[in-house]
Design a protein around this ligand. Structure first.
Ligand SMILES: [Ca+2]
Length: 221
């Protein structure tokens, strides 16, 4: 009887191993079919300049690499009328990377070079958005601009885009940038504050239960 049980145990062990191998194989195969991650080599050759059209953007200035499914730059989210949110996209646009000049380039050159992985199934076009500021996050009155849209052509798993090939890029737009807290984090803050308040009240009730003088009337410290 004991021997019989052991044999069953071995059988199950083998079955489990075969099943696990099958599941792993399936995960590997489907994983390969789904994620077509491609490297984008993104750079500018000529300096991105300030609004005087001469001075390169200072070291530390922000450049966002933005992808899109279609060939339309859908722009930034506006807030309170004319304010813009730097870290925002609309439509099918996706921020692929945020970098600071002169990444992988020489100081005061107003240029950069960066390799950014992206999903080639969803992203067919790419552009850059650049700011004449090193403020993090980008806030206040800031000069900025965007490049043209460039279609991505993948060769041997790499797409290469030089963003200044049709024009010298200049930060000539001038807008006020704001940062608003995300609704989810605001809700979390209110919830945690509420929990702390409830715990404080409860602790006061527990400690004050001896004399019963000021139970349930929490006051500010
Ligand atoms: Ca788009």
């Amino acid at each position: 009887m004991r021997l019989h049980t052991t044999t069953w145990g071995k059988g199950w062990g083998l079955a489990a191993k075969v099943l696990l191998a099958g599941v792993l194989g399936l995960v590997l195969v489907t994983g390969k079919a789904e994620a077509l991650i491609v490297d984008l080599d993104a750079y500018v050759d000529m300096a991105i300049v300030q609004d005087d059209l001469t001075t390169p953007l200072a070291d530390g200035s922000w450049v966002y690499i933005v992808g899109s499914g279609d060939n339309i730059n859908d722009g930034l989210i506006t807030f309170g009328g004319t304010n813009l949110i730097a870290d925002s996209v609309l439509g099918d646009d996706v921020i692929l990377a945020r970098i600071q000049i002169p990444l992988n380039s020489i100081s005061n050159s107003g240029t950069f070079f960066v390799t950014v992985p992206y999903e080639s199934d969803n992203i067919n076009y790419v552009y850059i958005r650049y700011f004449n500021t090193n403020s993090d996050p980008v806030t206040g009155m800031v000069r900025w601009g965007t490049s043209s849209m460039f279609q991505l052509g993948v060769t041997l798993g790499v797409a290469t885009v030089q963003f200044d090939q049709n024009q010298q890029l200049a930060a000539t737009n001038y807008n006020n940038f704001v940062v608003i807290p995300e609704p989810s984090s605001m809700n979390l803050f209110v919830m945690v504050a509420g929990l702390l308040w409830a715990m404080r009240s409860r602790m006061r009730l527990a400690t004050g239960s001896g004399d019963g003088s000021d139970e349930g009337t929490p006051t500010d410290p």
